[in-house]
Design a protein around this ligand. Structure first.
Ligand code: NAD
Length: 261
């Protein structure tokens, strides 16, 4: 990886594991200055410490955030912008995934899903926009899902929440383009703890159904991708000036599992 992001100041949410952790490593390797945030302080701090040990001589920082909480997001982003001296990119993978059935999902489970995955997207995006709009603009990269594009019988609330993330991404892009703030969403299919935990929770029958619905449809190899090797270059592209004329897009990075129409 070349230093395509030298000088870029980037916040990555959900940095304790999965795609957030991989994105912190990828951005540091590409020369960016990075603040990682998570609700899991031990995990997040460990990822950042490891990055500081090996990646490119860059200093990454860790800051606690609960993305569902407005005060927490405001405080964390203010501190991060002070540490970075500004903000060019927000990468926002932080989210939760839970099983639920359309006929029986409870109000509590529905509200928790929407608090973290939808309100969390709105709050982090608004906070980033507030710091980008008067300083030349920036790039916001949300995380959608194929689950927001199709019926998802085992994850009703998650599916509805990801559909909302897609709509929000288009609306924020349309609203903030005048300030040169771009908003896109990647729709990944990556082997991460979230994916492995969902498989571990599933029954044998559900795993078989999942193979035919999910892995079998990945044209490029029938396997979930690697968050650094397969997603990393796309995250660099969307944070870089090379993507300066792309906004409001849902971009699958999933080996051909889905297509956005
Ligand atoms: N793994 C996949 O194949 C897949 C597929 C489609 C979409 N996605 C989406 O991609 C993104 C990344 O997924 P992943 O597999 O890396 O997930 P993951 O579960 O491995 O990591 C999510 C991170 O978000 C953090 N987090 C959760 N709630 C938080 C909160 N309230 N405040 C701050 N941090 C919080 C967790 O602590 C964790 O570190 C998510 O938005 C997910 O919905 C993943």
């Amino acid at each position: 990886m070349t230093n395509e992001l030298t000088g870029k100041r980037i916040i990555v949410t959900g940095c304790a594991r999965g795609m957030g952790a991989a994105t912190v490593r990828t951005y540091a390797r590409a020369g960016a200055r990075v603040v990682g945030m998570d609700i899991d302080d031990d995990g997040g701090a460990a990822v950042v410490a490891a990055v500081n040990g090996v990646e490119n001589g860059q200093q990454a920082h860790y800051i606690h955030v609960d993305i569902a909480d407005a005060d927490s997001v405001a405080a964390a982003f203010t501190e991060a912008v002070q540490v970075l001296g500004g903000l060019d990119t927000l990468a926002h993978p932080a989210a939760i995934q839970r099983s639920s059935d359309a006929g029986s999902v409870s109000v509590a489970d529905w509200d928790q899903m929407f608090a973290v995955n939808v309100r969390g997207t709105m709050l982090t995006n608004q906070a980033a926009f507030g710091h980008m709009k008067d300083t030349g603009g920036g790039s916001i990269i949300n995380f959608g899902s194929i689950s927001g594009q199709r019926p998802e019988v085992s994850a009703a609330a998650y599916s509805a929440a990801k559909g909302a993330v897609h709509s929000w991404t288009r609306t924020a892009a349309g609203t903030w383009g005048a300030h040169n703030v771009r908003v896109n969403a990647v729709l990944p299919a990556m082997a991460t703890p979230m994916y492995r935990e969902a498989m571990a929770r599933a029954t044998e029958e559900q795993r078989t159904a999942s193979y035919w619905q999910n892995r079998r449809t990945i044209a490029l190899g029938e396997e979930y991708g690697d968050p650094e090797k397969d997603l990393g270059p796309v995250m660099v592209f969307l944070a870089s000036d090379a993507s300066h004329f792309i906004t409001g897009q849902l971009i699958p990075v999933d080996g051909g599992q889905t297509s956005v129409r």
